[in-house]
Design a protein around this ligand. Structure first.
Ligand code: SF4
Length: 402
């Protein structure tokens, strides 16, 4: 299996970010006493411990935690906020599993079950291909599809639209294809890479704690399998994202241990590009005991992630899940990346998301600029960056702002 060089691990960040961070942290006269030790560690780029994470979660001054996260994000990326032009095509909602938090999956006989054939998938992509440079495809675990099905799908999509990157298939989908095809997960990854797969999304991590997984997604890949499959992806040259679904039945220690597990894998592979924390959306799902995250908890979790994950470059505000208003605020709480123009999406919208789907670049850029950031369009693997300016707001809006 031939390895492919991964992109630079800290793509897009300032090379002198650490001295800049030290300078910024020292300009503030005094951080609250409970944060002193954490500030010292940040200045030395020492990984924060689980106990440090608890201090950040319990600190009464949320805006101070946000300021700390913003200082780190600003040292690394200035006021840049990255986005890309993408479409989410969910290829099937038929799934052999039934995770309790999932509002998307259907049994094969459900009236609204669907499975896009290869031609239909490529045709659907064609409706958006003029406006996107990435297709994000995840779906259910279809009982009949194997690795050959996805090889054919990716090859044909790539032949039709060579400039569109394919970011597709979560770890559990890779595991399912390996079982269906009677080959290893690493072979699945290498074959799909050769068929045109660019990178893996991070979905399915949920909380990397097997007791929690037994409650919310019984039958899905274990914590160890999620980490192993991402390690294998990095080893065959496929960068990936990683995620955290919070606000179900986990506690703060389990969230922090989840971040530490991802950080430890990243220390050996450098293959994670972006961490995407998103709260559980309850509509139509079967998890009544979930302790839903509030708006401030979402912002705090994004800030804590920025501070805990010192070796994962990008923290994403996933507007499909947290909505445009919180996503805008998140850009001041440690997030530097926002997903995306997104022409189409099913999974989060079936769970209750009301985030607009038809953002063109100008609207997204306006949202980023209103948050005090400079919009920068990136590619899937964070290797090319193009500053983007939104058109001036209307005269009426400018008058209202005076
Ligand atoms: S989360 Fe994924 S694996 Fe679980 S039921 Fe939904 S589609 Fe299937």
């Amino acid at each position: 299996m031939e390895a492919v060089a991964l992109p630079k691990p800290l793509a897009g960040e300032a090379s002198d970010w650490l001295p800049q961070l030290k300078a910024v942290l020292e300009t503030k006269e005094q951080w609250s006493e409970p944060l002193h030790n954490i500030v010292l560690k940040l200045k030395a780029n020492t990984p924060l411990s689980l106990e440090d994470g608890l201090v950040l979660y319990h600190h009464p001054n949320l805006s101070e935690v946000g300021s700390l996260a913003d200082a780190v994000r600003t040292a690394r990326f200035g006021r840049q906020a990255f986005f890309n032009s993408n479409v989410h095509i969910n290829q099937t909602n038929i799934c052999v599993l039934a995770c309790r938090f999932c509002a998307f999956r259907r049994g094969p006989k459900a009236a609204d079950a669907y499975a896009m054939g290869v031609e239909e998938y490529v045709e659907d992509l064609g409706k958006y291909a003029h406006a996107v440079d990435e297709v994000h495809s995840v779906g259910g675990l279809h009982p009949d599809w194997d690795v050959v099905h996805y090889e054919t799908m990716f090859k044909q999509a790539k032949e039709a639209y060579p400039y569109v990157s394919i970011k597709a298939l979560t770890a559990v989908e890779i595991k399912h294809l390996a079982q269906r095809s009677n080959i290893t997960t690493k072979s699945v990854l290498a074959r799909l890479r050769d068929a045109g797969l660019t990178s893996l999304p991070g979905g399915g991590a949920e909380i990397l704690d097997d007791d929690i997984r037994a409650i919310i997604c019984n039958g899905k890949e274990s914590s160890e399998e999620y980490l192993r499959i991402h390690r294998e992806a990095h080893e065959v040259g496929l960068p990936s994202n990683c995620t955290m679904l919070f606000g179900t039945v986990e506690n703060l220690e389990q969230r922090l241990q989840h971040m530490i597990s991802l950080r430890e894998l990243q220390a050996s592979t450098s293959g994670f590009q972006c961490f995407v924390p998103y709260p559980f959306l309850p509509d139509h799902t079967r998890l009544p005991e979930a302790q839903l995250a509030t708006g401030t908890e979402i912002l705090r979790t994004i800030a804590v992630a920025r501070l805990m994950l010192n070796n994962i470059p990008h923290i994403k505000a996933y507007r499909m899940n947290i909505g445009d208003h919180v996503a805008e605020l998140a850009l001041q709480f440690g997030a530097d990346d926002i997903d995306g123009t997104v022409q189409k999406e099913s999974i989060m919208h079936l769970a209750g998301s009301t985030a607009p789907l038809d953002h063109d670049r100008s609207r997204l850029a306006r949202l980023i600029q209103d948050a005090g950031c400079q919009p920068v369009q990136r590619d899937t693997v964070y290797s090319t960056f193009t500053p983007y300016s939104a058109p001036e707001p209307s005269h009426r809006r400018l008058r209202m702002a005076q």
